[in-house]
Write a new protein. Structure first.
Length: 303
């Protein structure tokens, strides 16, 4: 039996249950997207109330991928986890270039890697990460300083054994990111290519899968019917083609506008409404359990 580090300490992987593998609870994107205040999510009580809905719907675990450069709040994650009973796996790393702190560009790759390793091994006031990421690129290519961060993430993975999860938005840049990690000898089976559903082309999804990495559909928020229908259609096609055990599903809740209190679907949409759509589309319960329970467990542990 493997252990997974949560903000309240290690848990047996058998206790993870239904898991959202790519989410945010407390996050500051406002520093880049000013003056839009919805990009600053820092109300712990509000977030806890929203997350309770996920727990009440049967959600057991959530992977929180806010890195230190975009407002990671370990103490806040502890408070939210304790209040809701939802297990929270915290991330580490750096997000993408516009958010990097001053001075990161002057660090060597090994120095950046050591930042991540120290974070993983010692944590912040005893709160330790359980995953590396999300690590990303701002454009459909990898900048020189972003390459350094990717290589640092790879070296931290080798030192700690934690999975790497990526931000690869609205382009095929995930393949370039995988190339960098492969150059650092990272097993693609320990890499999640995030936001694959934002580049909705089957040849891209197949290319990621052929590399052996995880394909993640993680913007399943129910905001637009046409988008939800497309996500469901592409998911069903991949499962029918035999890729059930290499797919992850999540929602990437990251701004206030995604919360139920503001009229959106919140953290529970995927495991409630979307699961019903999956059943209507012909998914068996065993397949749903694989996508929501077994695959996130295997992703986090490397099983």
């Amino acid at each position: 039996m493997s252990k997974v580090m949560t903000v309240l300490g290690p848990v047996d992987d058998s206790q993870l249950g239904v898991t959202l593998p790519h989410e945010h609870l407390l996050i500051d994107l406002f520093q880049f997207f000013q003056p839009h205040r919805e990009f600053l999510v820092n109300d712990r009580e509000l977030v806890a109330d929203e997350l309770l809905l996920y727990g009440q719907a049967g959600g057991r675990t959530l992977v929180e991928l806010t890195t230190p450069d975009i407002g990671r709040d370990p103490a806040g994650l502890v408070q939210i986890s304790e209040k809701t009973g939802v297990q929270v796996v915290m991330g580490t790393g750096r997000y993408r270039e516009p958010f990097y702190e001053p001075g990161l560009a002057r660090m060597t790759t090994d120095e950046v890697a050591q930042l991540f390793i120290t974070d993983i091994e010692h944590g912040v006031d005893g709160v330790r990460p359980g995953i590396i990421g999300e690590i990303g690129t701002h454009e459909p290519w990898v900048s020189p300083v972003e390459e350094r961060v990717f290589r640092a993430a790879a070296r931290a993975h080798h030192a700690t054994g934690l999975t790497i999860t990526l931000h690869a938005n609205a382009s095929a840049v995930g393949l370039v990111q995988l190339d960098l990690l492969a150059d650092e000898r990272v097993d693609p089976g320990r890499v999640v290519v995030g936001h694959c559903d934002t580049h909705p082309f089957s040849d891209y999804h197949h290319a990621v899968l052929e590399r052996g990495a995880w394909v993640e559909f993680d913007t399943i928020r129910g905001l637009f019917e046409f988008e939800t229908a497309r996500q469901l259609r592409q998911l069903k096609a991949l499962v029918d083609e035999g890729y059930l055990d290499r797919i992850l599903l999540s929602q990437d809740i990251c701004i206030n506008r995604h919360f139920t209190v503001y009229g959106a679907k919140g953290y529970a949409f995927l495991i409630t409404d979307f699961v019903e759509l999956m059943r209507d589309a012909g998914f068996a319960q065993e397949q749903i359990d694989t996508l929501l329970i077994e695959n996130p467990r295997r992703m986090l542990t490397g099983a």
